[in-house]
Ligand binder design. Structure first.
Ligand SMILES: N[C@@H](CCC(=O)N[C@@H](CS)C(=O)NCC(=O)O)C(=O)O
Ligand SMILES: [Fe+2]
Length: 357
């Protein structure tokens, strides 16, 4: 049994992989991206998992890792290759090491060449390999920085990846065309750089003449990743400056819980986005709520103030989630949806204006 998700960061075209043992509820994230830490944490939480490890296939040059942020927020441990030269990991991996999550495990294989510290993580049953930038789908990582070497990369891929079963799926760290997965058999046959009958020297000639521009974020990303994505505490403190203990959902909505709202009714603007007959109907409304049906919200948003945070409310929390997105688009920063809407509010027996028991 395995829970598996492939996640994408559009900015850097990076894939992050979530793997978990659904029985033990333990998860690992391979190559998390700093800017996606909130999304990834929401998914881990919604699937009822505990993040045990974040793994890096290498010190990335094009984005900052989310490893340190996850360690701060979720208590996960950071693992990457000892050969990466990174500081601040909880575990430095050697070739052949196993990283366990519940009853499942990933085997770390050294696949240098794109960088000197690259690793490929192979699932215990050899059905999946996470190749980082060593082997991409019909491509491979460049070899012109971070101690890259086409000769090393050629041997890594041939010996450590192409030796896996033909059916073993390949999941890379990037794809720039939207391709999501391949297999060992497919890449051995069709990879234009490393497949077919190509020889090491042909490959080196190819790689030494790519003439690519350096990644845009390289000067920021490499030093940050050599610290496993640690940022100084002042920058990290931004989270605590929130106006309420908000939760972020995988669907991209900021939510506030009914018990917090009940204690802060005066501090916020409560916007009920249902229709008038519902607002005055059996469920009633949160005391002090102002009625602006969802259909009129865009037109009437200017009646709201930016001085006080806004909590949107509807029957179940669905229309009000949409309302919160709309208000953020209209320039309101402090907006959250009331989780569970009036149904949960009433189930928790909080005060209601109007309505019937
Ligand atoms: N335009 C991208 C460049 C990305 C890039 O160079 N990616 C590296 C991986 S870190 C690579 O090996 N790319 C392979 C290729 O483009 O052939 C950026 O600025 O981030
Ligand atoms: Fe890379």
């Amino acid at each position: 049994m395995l829970t598996f998700r492939q996640l994408f960061d559009q900015q850097s075209s990076t894939y992050t992989y979530l793997l978990a043992d659904p029985g033990a509820r333990e998860a690992v994230l391979i190559d998390p991206v700093f800017e996606q830490a909130r999304r990834d944490a929401a998914l881990v939480s919604e699937l009822g998992l505990k993040l045990a490890w974040t793994l890096e296939t290498h010190v990335h040059a094009d984005h900052v890792t989310g490893a340190w942020l996850h360690k701060q927020r979720l208590g996960s441990r950071i693992a990457l290759s000892a050969a990466s030269g990174a500081q601040g990991a909880d575990r430095l991996l050697a070739p052949g090491d196993r990283v366990e999550f519940g009853r499942r495990a990933l085997e770390a294989r050294a696949t240098p060449g794109h960088t000197s510290g690259c690793m490929t993580f192979v699932l215990d049953d050899r059905t999946m390999a996470f190749t980082g930038d060593a082997l991409l789908i019909r491509g491979c990582g460049r070899t012109d920085f971070q101690q890259g070497s086409p000769h090393a990369l050629f041997r890594s891929v041939c010996e450590q990846v192409f030796s896996l079963p033909e059916s073993c799926l390949i999941y890379p760290a990037h794809d720039y065309r939207g391709l999501t997965a391949s297999s060992v058999g497919e890449e051995r046959m069709f990879n234009p750089r490393l497949g077919g009958q190509i020889l090491e020297d042909d490959f080196a000639g190819y790689m030494n003449n790519l003439g690519l521009a350096h990644p845009k974020q390289m000067d920021v990303a490499v030093p940050a990743n050599l610290r496993c994505g640690r940022v100084d505490s002042a920058a990290a403190g931004g989270e605590n400056a929130e106006w309420a203990p908000l939760t972020y959902t995988f669907s991209g909505i900021w939510e506030v819980q009914p018990d917090w709202l009940e204690e802060h009714l005066q501090a916020v603007q409560i916007v009920a986005v249902r229709e008038p007959e519902e607002f005055n109907g059996v469920l009633g409304h949160v005391p002090g709520a102002r009625l602006i049906p969802l259909g009129s919200l865009a037109a009437q948003a200017s009646a709201l103030t930016k001085d006080r945070p806004i909590v949107t409310v509807c029957r179940s929390g669905a229309r009000s989630a949409q309302a919160s997105v709309l208000l953020r688009q209209a320039g309101f920063d402090k907006v959250a949806n009331l989780a569970g809407g009036m149904l949960r509010w009433r189930a928790q027996r909080f005060a209601v204006e109007g309505g019937k028991d």
